[in-house]
Design a protein around this ligand. Structure first.
Ligand SMILES: Nc1ncnc2c1ncn2[C@@H]1O[C@H](COP(=O)(O)OP(=O)(O)OP(=O)(O)O)[C@@H](O)[C@H]1O
Ligand SMILES: [Mg+2]
Length: 421
């Protein structure tokens, strides 16, 4: 076993931090700390001498910061994968770390689970496939299985920041795909700590991914069937845990194993994600045939989207896998869509109109707009998006009656939607 252990070099100027990381890793059978360094330059020399599989690199160090040291290591020992560790996790630091060649970013303080997941993830990227672990294991070693032609098309809805309308689009897109294709559509709520798919789909206290973590060491379709919630539209979903505390039990490996099984069960898997480029997000992005990158007409959203696109390019995701979706399109933002598009250097393929009242009602009623108001202009644009993703013609608008909306249900939903932990 020792021959295939992941060899790690720790570079951190604080002795206590170095020792803590070493202690955390001591009982992991598949990793081995082969060296430690307390300065950036020393880190470079040790990396050249030891050629470790993974370097755990602090950012703030007195002689040379971790980002400069990473740039040098990537030139001199390109086979090494660098994981950056820092208390600063602002997008700009993350971006600079990625530009320097870091593969992962750990926000201090981190848990053993986060550390070991990051180490295993980056080392797998650098190692030949034959050395990777069993595809379906639900025990911390699951690797994403290779796509087969019968596997689902994975469409992830991604944003550079929160509150842009990711969940709103995810649920509506899923219903639109189901209506258009009549095929099996499953939503994976990958926003483990603050997932809202259940609330937007009125799932009550349905089971969640946390229920499989507790039960299983290996996951299959039968077990998955038991935890999926079905919406009246026919869309099924694997919900996120009921509370952030329970979400702590769900790791990136659980998410990877779940995604593996869902892609074998469905024709389309729509993934509602979360901002950032952690291990779970990279797994989802790797699996996605298309990433729907949402933005709004705000300066901050445009800036963050530019950075997202830059990081995605650095991480090697092909340009055509990312499709820009402008949400809350309006005529009063002061920034024309054309200017946004020019600024990003890319076409904005879809523009979902803004309608605060309609969006609010549909969320509060737990009924996606595409389902309850199929003729609404937001529903029409999302249907156009769905038909493009599914490669089918969108049917002509029928101008049929909208389904009735019941404000009276709202109070009882408020009482049932939020369960005490
Ligand atoms: N097209 C739209 N028109 C008007 N309001 C919208 C539209 N899309 C989304 N919203 C509003 O934006 C808010 C955020 O939506 P949503 O919860 O889907 O965002 P999110 O990106 O999933 O947020 P989080 O980061 O919290 O997961 C909601 O209040 C919703 O009503
Ligand atoms: Mg959300």
């Amino acid at each position: 076993m020792s021959g295939s252990r992941i060899r790690i070099l720790i570079v951190d100027d604080v002795a206590e931090s170095r020792d803590n990381v070493e202690k955390l890793l001591r009982f992991e059978p598949d990793v081995e700390v082969v060296g430690k360094a307390e300065r950036g330059k020393e880190g470079i020399n040790r990396a050249v001498e030891l050629t470790p599989d993974v370097v755990l690199m602090d950012i703030n160090m007195p002689d040379m910061d971790g980002i400069a040291a990473t740039t040098e290591i990537m030139t001199r020992v390109p086979s090494t994968a660098v994981i950056m560790m820092s208390v600063q996790n602002e997008p700009d630091v993350l971006r600079r770390a990625m530009l320097a060649g870091a593969r992962e970013f750990l926000s201090k303080p981190f848990s053993l689970d986060e550390l070991i997941e990051a180490v295993r993830h980056v080392s797998k990227l650098a190692r030949p496939a034959a050395q990777t672990a069993s595809p379906m294991a639900f025990d911390g070693t699951a690797e994403l299985t290779h796509r087969s032609p019968t596997d689902a098309k994975v469409l992830s809805v991604v944003t550079s920041k929160g509150g842009v309308g990711r969940t709103f689009l995810s649920v509506n897109l899923a219903v639109a795909l189901r209506n258009l294709t009549k095929k099996e559509v499953i939503i994976l709520d990958a926003n483990t700590h603050f997932g809202d798919v259940g609330v937007m789909m009125n799932s009550g206290d349905a089971k969640t991914i946390a229920d499989i973590v507790d039960q299983a060491h290996s996951l299959d379709a039968e077990l998955m069937d038991d935890v999926l919630f079905t919406h009246p539209s026919g869309v099924r979903m694997l919900l996120s845990p009921p509370t952030p505390q329970v979400a702590e039990t769900v790791t990136a490996d659980h998410m990877r194993a779940a995604l593996n099984v869902l892609t074998q069960m469905a024709d389309y898997v729509v993934v509602d994600t979360r901002p950032g480029f952690d291990d779970t997000m990279l797994t989802i992005m790797d699996a996605s045939e298309r990433m729907l990158l949402m933005l709004t007409m705000e300066m901050t959203s445009i800036k963050d989207t530019t950075q997202f696109l830059e990081i995605a390019a650095l991480l090697g995701y092909q340009r055509e896998r990312i499709c820009l979706v402008l949400n809350r399109h309006n005529s009063y933002s002061g920034i024309p869509t054309r200017d946004i598009s020019e600024n990003l250097g890319r076409e904005i393929e879809f523009q979902i109109p803004e309608d605060v009242q309609a969006a609010l009602h549909s969320i509060n009623e737990g009924s996606p707009l595409v389902y309850s108001r199929p003729e609404h202009r937001i529903s029409q644009e999302i249907r156009r998006l769905a038909s493009s993703m599914a490669d089918v013609e969108a049917p002509e608008s029928t101008d049929g009656p909208e389904r009735s909306r019941s404000g009276g249900r709202l109070m009882s939903r408020l009482r049932t939607a939020f369960r005490p932990s």
